[in-house]
Design a protein around this ligand. Sequence first.
Ligand SMILES: [Zn+2]
Length: 48
Amino acid sequence: MIFMAKEAKKAGAYKQGSKYCPKCGARMADHANRFTCGRCKYTEFKSK
Ligand SMILES: [Zn+2]
């Protein structure tokens, strides 16, 4: 949890309730128009 908080502060894009990567299970960064996985770089664009 300490690691996650540290990463969140660094990235500034992680939020609670965000998606989880379907490939590796890591929490994905919530960007304006997409979600990205910081571990495997999987990107999922928001449909809106
Ligand atoms: Zn991933």
